[in-house]
Structure formats: structure tokens, C-alpha cells
Design a protein around this ligand. Structure first.
Ligand code: ADP
Ligand code: TRP
Length: 323
């Protein structure tokens, strides 16, 4: 089974990325051939500083590796090291209806906020389709917010196959992790690099504490029953077993459990949970060349995996010399 996914290096990874993406990627490694990439072309619609882009790729690579991605087993590469994806993106863009892209929520949201969108953001689902279709993966594990993009990639694949009368692309299947819905941010909205409401697992303890203490809560007094649907409880339950949750939520609903105590316990659980990964990250950070070597090896393997699909695509579309 071939598994493909990526993370945009538009900022440092946070709990939403961990529970919605990285953890699934790491868990799936044992089940097949994992191909994971750091989407720096995708970061171009938001990050406009070259030095920062390079640094963020490195940070995301460190996060992935620290969280358990095994570069011997899986392929980890930097998107822009395989620029063939841009060619495929053009090929696919040429058969993608405008109407499909106009329904894209990343683009629609931006326009709805009154912000001006650029072509990159509009065409983002096409580049994402190219990322996926290039390897004909069996499954694409993503958070629920990316489901629409995978569906678009399916539509685009189907259309290409139909237009050129060849079964070049496999229709990709999303794999949405059951039970992990959207991780809320400290302000109660979806945790996202774009909202400055993140909790980053590798922040120094002091910084993490400050952010945890700032999680929004209502003004229910300590003794009063608490609404366990609140973002704080959702975050807390990420680090608890079902039994612990039932017990803790029971206490919260009965009253007597203050938000301050919940926050303290959340912080302790989070530090504990990520401690081994934090240690691994520190080790990797001390060997700066290693990350680049891993990405370079990943690039070679990714290119090899993509070559047959790209050849079939060019051949079906009549591009280049006949082979
Ligand atoms: P961000 O919104 O911070 O820019 P990305 O769009 O780069 O995050 O997301 C990378 C991966 O992490 C995707 O698979 C996405 O579904 C997942 N993800 C991001 N934020 C969350 C969240 N708050 N809850 C669950 N999954 C998330
Ligand atoms: N768009 C995804 C995100 O923001 C990242 C991504 C880019 C991706 N290309 C992909 C995920 C291909 C899965 C497959 O999270």
C-alpha cells in the first residue's frame, strides 16, 4: 500500500498538525510505503521571505523526524526538490474547470474575508492534485479540513483519464482519522498557523505554560458545573484515556473543578506526552547536516517513485518526444 501526505511549511507545527496529520503519518508507516513531503511550494501563497521559507522547511522536517517518522522506512522530501510537480500541475490545470476551483474553500474563505487572492491560492487544489497523483497513492491521510481538496484531486484525475482516454491516474482515497476532529486553538477557533492561536508541542515549557493559561474559557465559577464541550476540555482529552476522560468530565459537570486546575493538568500531560520527542528533536538539531541528507535521499527516492506515472502522463498527453 502506498501512502502519501504532506504538510505546508507555512509556520511551525502545532497540536492540530500533530493530531490531525503527523501522528497518523507516523502510525501508518508500518502499513505500507509512506511518502511524506514538506510543501514549500504551497507555502509561497503566504510566506514571502526566502530565508524564512528555508528555515521553516527545516523546522517541519525536525518536527516530523522527532515525532517518529523513520526516514529509512518512509520517504521524506522537500516539495521543491521535485520540481516535476509544477509541470504536472500545469498539465492538470489545463483540464480543470474554473467552476471546480471557484468552489475551493481556501480561496472562497479568503475572498469572503474581503482579502485579495492571488492565482497561486486559486490554483492551490491543482498543485495539491499534482502532489498526490504523481505517485498514484492508495490512501492520502489528512485532517478533515483537507477532504475537499482530495475530492478535487479525484475529480481532476478522473477528468484527465477521460480526456486522454488512458487510465494514468488512480483515484485517491482520503483517510480521515476517526475520533480526531478539528483541534481547537486557544481562542476556540480551529487551531491554525494563520490564526496565532496555536499550542506548539516543542515550545520551551515556560512559553507553553503562558499559552495554555491563555486558553479562552467562560466565566463559570469554580464550583459551578462546566460545559465539557468547551475547547479547553477538547484539548485536555487529547492527552487522556477514555476512562480518565469519563471520570474527569464527570467531575467537571458536577462542579468543583476550576479551569485553572484543568489548564495545569493539561500542561503537565502535554509536557509529559511530548518529552521523548522533544529529546529526539534536540539530538537531531545538534547534527545540522543530517536533516539535509535525509531530505536529499528522500528526493532521490521520490523522483524514482514518480517517474513511471509522469512518463505515462506525458505520453498520454502527447508531450515531448515519442518514446
Ligand atoms: P494550518 O491550518 O496551521 O496552516 P496546515 O493547513 O498546514 O495547518 O495543515 C497540515 C495538516 O494538519 C493537514 O493535514 C491538516 O488537516 C492538519 N491540521 C491542521 N490544523 C488542524 C487542526 N486544528 N485540527 C486537526 N488537524 C489539523
Ligand atoms: N494542503 C495540505 C495542508 O495544508 C498540505 C498538502 C499539500 C497535502 N499537498 C498535499 C496533503 C497532498 C496531502 C496530500 O495541510
Amino acid at each position: 500500500m502506498r501512502i502519501l501526505s504532506g504538510i505546508t511549511s507555512s509556520g511551525e507545527c502545532h497540536l492540530g498538525n500533530y493530531f490531525g496529520a503527523i501522528r497518523q503519518h507516523v502510525d501508518l508507516q508500518a502499513q505500507g510505503e509512506g511518502i511524506y513531503f514538506i510543501a514549500d511550494y504551497h507555502s509561497m501563497t503566504s510566506v514571502r521571505d526566502g530565508e524564512l521559507r528555508r528555515r521553516l522547511v527545516r523546522e517541519v522536517a525536525l518536527d516530523y523526524l522527532a515525532c517518529g517518522l523513520d526516514p529509512e522506512q518512509s520517504i521524506l522530501y522537500r516539495q521543491s526538490d521535485v520540481p516535476e510537480v509544477c509541470e504536472l500541475s500545469w498539465i492538470l490545470g489545463s483540464i480543470t474547470p474554473m467552476g471546480l476551483l471557484e468552489r475551493g474553500h481556501a480561496y472562497k474563505d479568503k475572498v469572503a474575508q474581503g482579502l485579495s487572492a492571488d492565482h497561486g491560492l486559486f490554483a492551490y487544489p491543482v498543485l495539491m492534485a499534482a502532489d498526490i497523483l504523481m505517485y498514484n497513492p492508495d490512501i492520502v491521510p489528512v485532517g478533515s479540513d483537507q477532504k475537499q481538496h482530495i475530492e478535487m484531486a479525484r475529480d481532476i484525475a478522473q477528468r484527465f483519464n477521460h480526456v486522454y482516454g488512458a487510465e494514468v491516474f488512480k483515484l485517491p482515497e482520503p483517510r480521515i482519522l476517526e475520533g480526531v476532529s478539528i483541534v481547537p486553538g486557544t481562542d476556540g477557533r480551529k487551531m491554525s498557523k494563520s490564526y496565532q492561536n496555536t499550542l506548539r508541542m516543542f515550545w520551551p515549557a515556560k512559553q507553553l505554560k503562558k499559552a495554555v493559561m491563555a486558553i479562552v474559557t467562560d466565566s463559570t465559577p469554580v464550583d459551578a458545573p462546566k460545559d465539557t464541550e468547551a475547547p479547553l476540555f477538547h484539548l485536555w482529552s487529547l492527552f487522556a484515556s477514555k476512562e480518565e476522560r469519563d471520570e474527569f468530565f464527570g467531575r467537571a459537570r458536577a462542579g468543583g473543578l476550576g479551569y485553572g486546575d484543568v489548564k495545569k493538568d493539561l500542561l503537565a500531560r502535554m509536557l509529559d506526552f511530548f518529552e521523548p520527542m522533544r529529546a529526539r528533536r534536540a539530538e537531531l538539531e545538534a547534527r545540522p547536516d543530517e536533516v539535509e541528507e535525509i531530505l536529499a535521499a528522500g528526493c532521490v527516492r521520490a523522483r524514482e517513485a514518480a517517474a513511471p506515472v509522469l512518463d505515462a502522463c506525458r505520453s498520454a498527453a502527447g508531450l515531448g518526444r515519442q518514446t
